[in-house]
Unconditional design. Structure first.
Length: 190
């Protein structure tokens, strides 16, 4: 596997397509395959910082495209992809709030690229972060907030309609956790 962020998405997609085709449990196969691919990609690189985050996002993007290629609904697959990439990242090193946020953003961008539901993808990304929270050493609230922030950031990059859709998806409780959106500091007019 090459370890440049621009190539990893294609490699992950190709690898996942074969794995998913033979699986009876697509969700379980996505978690396991995404975790294994993440470990392999991150262990065999000298990447640090932003480049490491880009590799993780590349894994997520490849997983989204692979799931779409086999006909899986991205919103339904988002939770499994998020759990897999966070577990894999945790096996290689420390998962940070920035890792969770970057991976959630990659899920939203990927879903947008393949025409997936941003509402379902957002809820899946946050649910996956919540599910993986204990494994990665975060509270469920912290993981949910990080995933929500990444989803909002990416949706804003996609467009105003996407931003509205993602924000609306985050207003309800997800997997038993009330998502707290941390708004950027705004200057007050005086």
């Amino acid at each position: 596997m090459t370890h440049e962020p621009r190539n990893i998405a294609a490699e992950v997609k190709d690898s996942l397509v074969g794995t998913i085709h033979g699986a009876g449990d697509v969700g379980g196969a996505l978690v396991d395959a995404t975790a294994a691919i993440t470990v392999k990609a991150l262990r065999n690189t000298g990447a640090v910082g932003g480049e490491l985050l880009s590799l993780g996002a590349g894994v997520v993007t490849g997983a989204v495209h692979g799931a779409a290629e086999v006909g899986a609904e991205i919103g339904d697959s988002a939770r499994s992809i998020m759990v897999g990439v966070l577990r894999g990242s945790g096996q290689v090193g420390k998962v940070t709030v920035e890792t969770v946020s970057t991976d959630a953003a990659a899920l939203i961008r990927g879903a947008s690229e393949v025409g997936g539901s941003l509402t379902h993808t957002t809820r899946g990304a946050v649910s996956g972060a919540i599910d993986a929270a204990r494994d990665i050493g975060m509270s469920t609230e912290q993981a949910a907030a990080a995933a929500a922030a990444g989803a909002l950031k990416a949706a804003g990059e996609v467009g105003a309609t996407a931003g509205t859709e993602v924000r609306k998806a985050l207003t309800r409780t997800i997997s038993g956790v009330k998502v707290v959106l941390e708004e950027p500091m705004r200057s007050r007019k005086r």
